[in-house]
Structures are given as structure tokens and as C-alpha cells.
Design a protein around this ligand. Structure first.
Ligand code: GRF
Length: 206
């Protein structure tokens, strides 16, 4: 099947800050499940706020366009987010891109979230609404939780809130450390993030 006409193309712009293992899982799923043919969806760019993010090299090796916007080079959160929106726009001529936060460790301004409302998705390593914010695994262990997990959700102005698209649950085992628990949760993230995006593409047009 030839490429979908431009008006029906749905670019995905993935934002990362580090390893980008979730980004890798999404790229692989898009290839294996032929998202471009089925939904017109393709990974248009990987953008990192950290020049040293390991995921950048992986993406470049895949032939994917990459860009770096070092947040330290901007005087304010607002200035960084405005530049980030411009960087996304370069890969998104029709302003229809879905923006996928994949281990992107920046809090976004309300103006940015508003601009991409309904097109912005995140994965958070806890069973939201429990444990928004940082250090989720340590906090879940300290609270005596028996289960932890991960949540894919649409992004709204409030941190780690927004409609839930997908969740996965993992047990917290005796002797777990934040690191062992994080590793167990991450394997589930790699399953639910591509699955959530695929369903989001399938169920929402435009
Ligand atoms: C993931 O656990 C994500 O949920 C969290 O940071 C980690 C990023 O991993 N916010 P990666 O960069 O996708 O490998």
C-alpha cells in the first residue's frame, strides 16, 4: 500500500530525556504492526531535552530524525516550552502530531499542554492516581503497597493527571528495592505504551 495522503498522515513526535527504552518499544511496534499503512501514523522525530540522552543515538541509528533542545540553555520554563513547540512544529506541518512523552523528565507549562490538548500522552511509573511525581517506586515500597505498576494517560495541566488510557500492575516482592521494582515495571511499560498508542490511533481519527 502506498503512503497515506498527507492530510491523513499522523506524525508521532516522541520526547525523551534518557535511555528511551519506551521510545524504542514504540518505534518497534509501529514497524511490526504497520502503523503507517493502517493509521497513517509514523514516527516523525525524536526530541530530547538532554544532549547526552542515550536514546538519541539509537534513534539516529534507525534513521529517525532527531533534535536536541537543552533546557539549560533557556531562561525560563516558558521559553523552553515555546522553543519545544517550535521544534515539534518543524516535523508537524499540519499541526496534527501526537506528542508522546517517553521518559521526558520535564514539567510542561499550561500553555504547552493547552496547545497540544488531546494530542499529548505520557507514561508514568505508578498506578495513578497513586504516586504522581518523582521517586514513585521508593514511595510505593515505603507505603507498604503490595502492587505497583504503570499508567499511560493523556496529559492535562495538572501533573500526572488526565484520562487513563492503559495500566499494568506488577507485584511488589519482599526485598524489592526501587531499582528491582523499576525494572519489573519497565518491562510492562514497554508492553502497555505501544498498545495504548495503537488503540488511541485506532479509536481517534484526525
Ligand atoms: C520510565 O520508567 C518512565 O516511566 C519514567 O522514566 C523511565 C524512562 O525510561 N518516567 P526510558 O527512557 O523510556 O527507558
Amino acid at each position: 500500500m502506498s503512503d497515506a495522503p498527507r492530510s491523513t498522515l499522523r506524525p508521532l513526535v516522541i520526547l525523551i530525556s534518557g535511555t528511551g527504552s519506551n521510545m524504542q518499544a514504540i518505534v518497534r511496534a509501529a514497524q511490526a504492526q504497520r502503523w503507517r499503512e493502517r493509521y497513517g501514523a509514523f514516527v516523525a522525530a525524536i526530541i530530547s531535552n538532554r544532549p547526552d540522552a542515550k536514546g538519541l543515538a539509537w534513534a539516529a541509528g534507525e534513521g529517525l530524525p532527531t533534535a536536541v533542545l537543552d533546557h539549560k540553555a533557556y531562561p525560563s520554563r516558558e521559553a523552553f516550552d515555546a522553543a519545544l513547540a517550535q521544534a515539534i512544529a518543524r516535523f508537524d506541518p499540519d499541526a496534527t502530531a501526537r506528542v508522546v512523552l517517553a521518559g521526558f523528565m520535564r514539567i510542561l507549562t499550561p500553555a504547552f499542554v493547552e496547545r497540544f490538548a488531546g494530542r499529548l500522552v505520557n507514561i508514568h511509573p505508578s498506578l495513578l492516581p497513586a504516586f504522581p511525581g518523582l521517586h514513585t517506586h521508593q514511595r510505593a515500597i515505603e507505603a507498604g503497597c503490595r502492587f505497583a505498576g504503570a499508567t499511560v494517560h493523556l496529559v492535562t495541566a495538572e501533573l500526572d493527571q488526565g484520562p487513563i488510557l492503559e495500566q499494568a500492575v506488577v507485584p511488589i516482592l519482599p526485598g524489592d528495592t526501587p531499582e528491582t521494582l523499576a525494572a519489573r515495571v519497565l518491562t510492562q511499560e514497554h508492553l502497555i505504551y505501544p498498545r495504548a498508542i495503537e488503540r488511541w490511533l485506532r479509536e481517534t481519527g484526525g
